[in-house]
Design a protein around this ligand. Structure first.
Ligand code: SF4
Ligand code: SF4
Length: 358
């Protein structure tokens, strides 16, 4: 595959944005390491519609309208009010939202760090430059296989030109996530995806497919070997987090305290707060009524799905607090609401990867 040429200008802008983002991250995470009362990460859904139809996914449709910009801004204001450090936009396919750049601008305007999870199909040079200008700081694409098949068309062959576009034009950080686990036909594909990501100068993560409740399905021996090889390619140095990942690959339980609903928030297209994409409906409270009392309660609430959970973005967020704040509260009954979103019945965007994958 052809390599890319990055202009000196793009390199300079990328370095500058990288160091500015790192400085803001350090400042924000230092404060949130001292106080446990503010969210570190929120995922927000600006629309459910998607241009693809991965067969394992139940988090998309092909009809829904974008959440209006004013409403998105109100929700982002609410996240800022709660003290959220990082906001990652997910979907559906968020690049279908006609005013996505303004959504990103508003995240930055409110002082939060802006991330995006996309299937990558729309990443032509002009679109990437608009994301640069809007102030995007992180982007993640999850690639399921090398050749498209009946399950997924998030494929290296289809997306390679888009990855090269990113390598040439993006000044934000790019992470490519590959996946392993049941339903993935060729585990070797994950290795090829990881190598390609690193050759293009991106970071690379690997996720393990989980079941309908975000729970672990252990890897076979060959898949475990590939998992370890990909992990050794990466530059992760967070020993505790590595242990999480290795336990997941080996099918072992993790002993941790999930802080979703508090340090991590999932905001659906209706504007409700959920524990995560895999436990929607808990607590299911509208974001505009969410208060410090909700954050404090959820911080101390036991999540019985934690031992075999594979949703690694929430695990990463939890590391900062794992040694403190024993969880003693039982979950509140979820309030009824029109969406009726209480627990999922199929795999969703995060299912293909614990790392905010799609
Ligand atoms: S996994 Fe992502 S790309 Fe695939 S259908 Fe779901 S939202 Fe769309
Ligand atoms: S442990 Fe937390 S992140 Fe994992 S499935 Fe349960 S609520 Fe979601």
């Amino acid at each position: 595959m052809a390599e890319t040429v990055q202009s000196g200008n793009v390199k300079r802008r990328r370095r500058l944005r990288y160091w500015r983002t790192r400085a803001r991250e350090i400042r924000k995470l230092t404060w949130r390491g001292i106080s446990t009362r503010q969210p570190i990460l929120a995922h927000i859904i600006p629309m459910r519609r998607c241009n693809l139809a991965c067969t394992y996914c139940n988090e998309f449709d092909d009809v829904s309208k974008p959440v209006p910009l004013d409403e998105m801004k109100r929700r982002l204001d609410d996240l800022a009010r709660l003290g959220t450090a990082i906001v990652t936009i997910s979907g559906g396919e968020p690049l279908l939202h006609p005013e996505l750049d303004d959504v990103i601008r508003h995240i930055r305007k409110r002082g939060m760090i802006a991330g995006l999870i996309t299937n990558g199909y729309y990443l032509v040079p002009e679109r990437i430059e608009r994301l640069n200008q809007a102030g995007l700081e992180h982007l993640q694409i999850s690639i399921d296989n090398v050749q498209p098949d009946e399950v997924s068309k998030k494929s290296l062959k289809v997306l390679d030109q888009k990855l090269r576009n990113l390598s040439e034009y993006a000044i934000f950080q790019v992470n490519i996530n590959s996946v392993l686990g049941s339903g993935v036909k060729n585990p070797e594909d994950a290795l090829e995806v990881a190598h390609r990501a690193m050759a293009l100068g991106f970071t690379s993560t690997v996720g393990i497919i989980h079941d309908s409740n975000g729970q672990l399905q252990p890897l076979g021996a060959h898949e475990q070997e590939i998992f370890e090889e990909i992990m050794s390619l990466g530059k992760r140095s967070f020993t505790r987090f590595n242990r999480f990942q290795h336990n997941i690959a080996a099918g072992k339980a993790n002993n941790w305290r999930c802080r979703s609903g508090s340090r991590y928030l999932y905001i659906c297209e209706e504007g409700r707060v959920h524990w995560c994409s895999q436990q929607r409906g808990m607590p299911g409270v509208p974001l505009h009524t969410y208060t410090q009392a909700d954050l404090d309660r959820e911080y101390l609430t036991v999540k019985s799905c934690a031992p075999y959970c594979t949703v690694s973005c929430v695990q990463q967020v939890a590391i900062i607090d794992n040694w403190r704040g024993p969880q003693t509260l039982k979950p509140q009954a979820a309030p009824p609401h029109p969406g009726g979103l209480v627990n999922l019945s199929g795999l969703g965007p995060d299912a293909a990867s614990p790392s905010d994958s799609r």
